[in-house]
Design a protein around this ligand. Structure first.
Ligand code: PLI
Length: 463
């Protein structure tokens, strides 16, 4: 027999470590109860392996840290801004750059500039902050993703694709003048980190161009999307991630970006655009909400780390290891029968909580209950991506009830080892063995916006 388990071995070695905190089962019982059964409300020193998010939790390289020492902290015209602008132009290909403190800063500015009251913004599934800013600006999000994206078991290569029939019907129904842009996320976080194909992006471009509608890319994990295109799309196997990324961006008019994901930094984002008039208005607005247009809420050193992160993260070997680690852990879970969203996504594994806890109703918050239970079992922190994250319908006030009721195990870049992956899979298996004993939850506190961050729960009494 030949061993192939290390096919995705990391193209780096570790030179600084951070000790992890160990807790007892008794401690964790108390901590999760004090946190209102919401993993966002745990303190990080109560957590062993933190798979809450891949956002801002990445390990920077020595080259990025060295760049931090070259921060030009001038209020205006920092050298690091010009380096970042150069890198964005080179790898993403957009003409104009506005740095923002993180992705939602860019979403805020873009939504204010382009969306008018009563507008409709089609997108390939919602993302929490993206939709919140579209709604705050007076827009209405309409989901135009392919139906397969809502089915966790369906195994197709590009589950993030836009359904062109749905998009075309919407354009005819509301009229192109009511659609400021189509919002295309690559990859699609809420669908399980699923990619969009180049073919689909080209078709979206052709359809929208015929109606004079812009396309804005959520490029937060676009490099991961490019990796999937390289692996799965006909004719792309010999291309570099960099060339695929560039082509993806060339099919759009601009992007919002959370650098905290793909770009392996702890803070930062940007808005990048090709249209000077839109850029000019965004540049006017950024000074109100983020900071001057050459720093947008970031220190010079943060822009430098992001500029250097672009070049590192776009390397094929980096992405092979990054996504290889996620796939490795997913394969372990599949081998012991854990129901997860298929195919495995780029940044995370999504457990199908409906199937895992099939005895619970969606209104008993199965994904929230499972995330709390995984923490209690082993100190691993995960995140709910189901009915709690979906919030309420702005018109009716009822819970939105997404088909996907998921728990996300999200992998920070360059942070955890293969042994951590093994511990994670073993812990999920232990909880799976006693799944029938897990009770649903009742919400005891519900915040007004993005409720999943701060909502509190208590276990429902045993039936
Ligand atoms: O967290 P921000 O503000 O830097 O970025 C917002 C954001 C925009 N788009 C997408 C696809 C995201 O995934 C995203 C943030 N995601 C978080 C925080 C996550 O845990 O997935």
């Amino acid at each position: 027999m030949r061993l192939t388990r290390r096919a995705w071995a990391e193209p780096f070695k570790i030179k600084m470590v951070e000790p992890l905190k160990m807790t007892t089962a008794q401690d964790r019982e108390r901590f999760i109860s004090e946190a209102g059964f919401n993993t966002f409300l745990l303190r990080s020193d109560q957590v062993y392996i933190d798979l809450l998010t891949d956002s801002g939790t990445n390990a920077m390289s020595d080259v990025q840290w060295a760049g931090m020492m070259l921060g030009d902290e001038a209020y205006a015209g920092s050298a690091n801004f010009y380096h970042l602008e150069e890198q964005v132009q080179k790898y993403y290909g957009y003409k104009y750059l506005i740095p923002t403190h993180q992705g939602r800063g860019a979403e805020h500015i873009l939504s204010r500039v382009l969306i008018r009251d009563g507008d409709v913004v089609p997108g390939n599934m919602y993302f929490t902050t993206t939709r919140a800013h579209q709604e705050l600006a007076g827009g209405r999000f309409v989901d135009v993703i392919v139906d397969e994206a809502h089915d966790p078991a369906c195994e197709v290569p590009f589950k993030g694709n836009v359904d062109l029939t749905k998009l075309e019907a919407l354009i005819h129904q509301v009229g192109p003048s009511k659609i400021p842009y189509v919002s295309v996320a690559a990859t699609v976080n809420m669908a399980g980190g699923q990619p969009v194909s180049l073919e689909n992006l080209r078709a979206v471009r052709a359809l929208t161009a015929a109606h004079g509608i812009r396309v804005i890319l959520d490029a937060t994990r676009a490099m991961e999307n490019a990796h999937f295109i390289k692996k799965r799309e006909a004719g792309c196997a010999d291309r570099t991630i960099a060339s695929i990324l560039f082509e993806m961006c060339s099919l759009t008019d601009g992007c919002t970006m959370s650098g905290k994901k793909d770009l392996c930094v702890n803070i930062g984002g940007f808005l990048a655009l090709n249209d000077f008039a839109v850029f000019e208005e965004a540049r006017n607005q950024v000074v109100l909400f983020e900071g001057l247009h050459t720093y947008g809420g970031l220190a010079g050193r943060d822009m430098e780390a992001m500029a250097r992160g672009i070049e590192e993260a776009v390397q094929d070997a980096h992405m092979e290891a990054r996504i290889g680690q996620v796939q490795y852990t997913a394969d372990l879970l599949l081998s012991v029968g854990i129901p997860i969203v298929r195919p495995t996504g780029g940044h995370a594994i999504f457990i199908d909580a409906r199937r895992f806890l099939s005895h619970l109703e969606q209104t008993e918050f199965p994904a929230q209950a499972l995330a709390a239970e995984l923490y209690r079992e082993s100190g691993i922190r995960t995140m709910e991506r189901g009915i709690v994250s979906a919030g309420r319908n702005v018109e009716t006030g009822e819970h939105n009830t997404p088909k996907l009721e998921l728990v996300r195990l999200t992998f920070p870049r360059r942070v955890y080892t293969q042994a951590h992956c093994d511990v994670t899979a073993e812990s999920v298996e232990d909880v799976f063995q006693r799944r029938d004993s897990i009770r649903g939850l009742r919400m005891t506190y519900e915040p007004k916006y993005l409720r999943f961050f701060q909502a509190r729960f208590e276990p429902k009494p045993a039936r």
